[in-house]
Design a binder for this molecule. Structure first.
Ligand code: UDX
Length: 453
């Protein structure tokens, strides 16, 4: 009977239109669906998710008004700012239509929106619907983004080169160079985005894709300043089955290749969906990896090289030099790769999803952050959890070769592996009955249930 009541309620999800945000939102949808909710995903034209990956959900597209010029600029801050202006009215109309046409046995109970899609809140509010925020980056990122606002008033911004190595006052363990700065520096619209993203407005709660024990001292600090409950229910991917939310086609050949490799021998190299590098860096990376003699999977996705959609930019002689010791794909089934016994290391840009996925599978990391929260996560990986090492200088083949050997062969890497295996075990405890994530998820469900009782 209780199950029937739950089945008759619908949750509307509004993901932000980037891979690293779509994935956790769809994972949350999968969890809520498994608890009896119906799900509608309202998404932009830009980076539309593939509905056939989640046939149990409804998908509603809204116009986003993004010009090709804005999309191709790659300026994420600008894209998100435009989305918040352009999507407000279409979302309100779409939501109003859904409410007007809804079947009483399938009523919308709340809207859950990505913190960056804050236009959603006013539409929900106007229609007297409750709303909840989903945060898809770490708590440390929240603290350090808010610190940027303080640093601005203290006159530290724009950041100047001579202080980049210095510790940020009051923000241990970060140096200025670890701050979550966008590719385009710290323009005014980025600071405004931070203010909007961390304003909870009339929303009822914050759901956070993080794990309590990983960010223990930070979450209570944030909770103190937040007037609504915070529910850390990560890592979301551990609850949701592996249905793909990839915007690019996954190449599963790498799993066949992995099956023939020795345990813990392979380094998986992927810089996520947005990070990019120049051709010179790609060449150094290619030779550094090749010279390490360690087998590797390398995700060379379209757009990885600045200004080029081509992926066939590897240096001459490279493929012959590495032979069967390497597998190159445009996009990998990453969670499957990381959980494979042959994978012993992850060279990552330290996007928050990748970081959580690596911790959940106990795979130590080489960190090469590019921008934004990746720098914050890399600092935590290398200096707080000590489960990885950071490549900080200009990419150079000799340095890369050394880093790969430090991680994959040396005692230092073995110690990191041991530490991350301990974290993996703790994550497993958190998601079990009685664990912190398990309890937080129950509290989230209780809250949503309270919206209609
Ligand atoms: C972006 C930001 O860059 C990141 O810092 C922020 O935390 C979230 O938004 P992205 O760069 O794509 O995300 O990185 P990440 O958060 O790691 O998300 C990438 C996702 O794509 C992961 O879930 C990963 O498993 C998946 N992936 C990546 C694949 O499935 N296959 C690949 O080949 C590469």
């Amino acid at each position: 009977m209780v199950e029937q009541v739950w089945r008759s309620r619908r949750v509307v999800l509004v993901p932000c239109s980037f891979q690293g945000h779509i994935t956790p939102m769809l994972q949350l949808g999968t969890i809520l669906h498994s608890k009896g909710f119906s799900i509608t995903v309202v998404h932009t034209q830009f980076n539309s998710p593939n509905p056939s990956n989640n046939p149990e959900f409804r998908f509603q597209i809204i116009p986003d008004g993004l010009s090709n010029h804005v999309i191709s600029s790659g300026n994420i801050v600008e894209i998100i700012s435009f989305l918040n202006v352009n999507c407000e009215v279409p979302f309100r109309e779409c939501l109003a239509l859904m409410v007007n046409q809804q079947d009483p046995s399938d009523e919308i109970v709340c809207v859950i929106y990505d913190e960056l899609m804050f236009f959603s809140e006013s539409a929900a509010n106007q229609l007297k619907l409750q709303s909840i925020i989903l945060r898809t980056t770490s708590a440390a990122t929240c603290i350090s983004r808010l610190a940027l606002l303080r640093l601005k008033t203290e006159g530290h911004i724009p950041l100047r080169d001579p202080i980049m190595q210095d510790p940020v006052p009051g923000l241990h363990p970060f140096r200025f160079m670890d701050l979550p700065i966008s590719k385009f520096g710290i323009p005014e619209n980025y600071l405004q985005l931070i203010i909007n993203a961390y304003n909870t407005r009339t929303s009822s709660a914050v759901i956070w894709n993080t794990v309590d024990f990983l960010e223990q001292s930070l979450l209570p600090q944030i909770q103190q300043q937040c007037h609504v409950p915070i529910f850390p229910i990560g890592p979301l991917h551990k609850f949701a089955p592996a249905s793909s939310s990839s915007l690019l086609m996954e190449d599963t050949n790498c799993i066949t290749w992995l099956n023939s490799q020795a345990p813990n021998s392979v380094i998986y190299v992927s810089l996520g969906s947005l990070a990019s590098m120049d051709r010179k860096e790609l060449v150094e990376m290619a030779w550094g990896l090749a010279n390490s003699m360690q087998p590797f999977i390398w995700v060379v996705r379209p757009g990885l090289i600045n200004g080029s959609e081509e992926i066939d930019l590897l240096p001459e002689g490279f493929k012959e030099a590495v032979g069967g010791n390497c597998c190159i794909v445009k996009w990998a089934p990453q969670k499957e790769v990381l959980s494979h016994g042959a994978v012993g290391g992850f060279w990552s840009h330290c996007g928050w999803n990748s970081t959580l996925e690596s911790i959940s599978e106990g795979v130590p990391m080489i960190c090469r952050p590019c921008f934004g929260d990746q720098r914050v996560n890399a600092r935590y990986v290398s200096h707080v959890w000590r489960i990885g090492l950071q490549l900080e200088n200009e990419l150079e083949r000799g340095e890369i070769e050394k880093a790969v050997r430090r991680l994959m062969v040396d005692k230092e890497g073995e110690q990191m592996r041991q530490r991350i295996k301990n974290l993996k075990e703790k994550v497993e405890l958190c998601i079990r009955e009685g664990g912190s994530t398990y309890n937080s998820l129950n509290n989230t469900l209780e809250l949503i249930k309270s919206f209609w009782f």
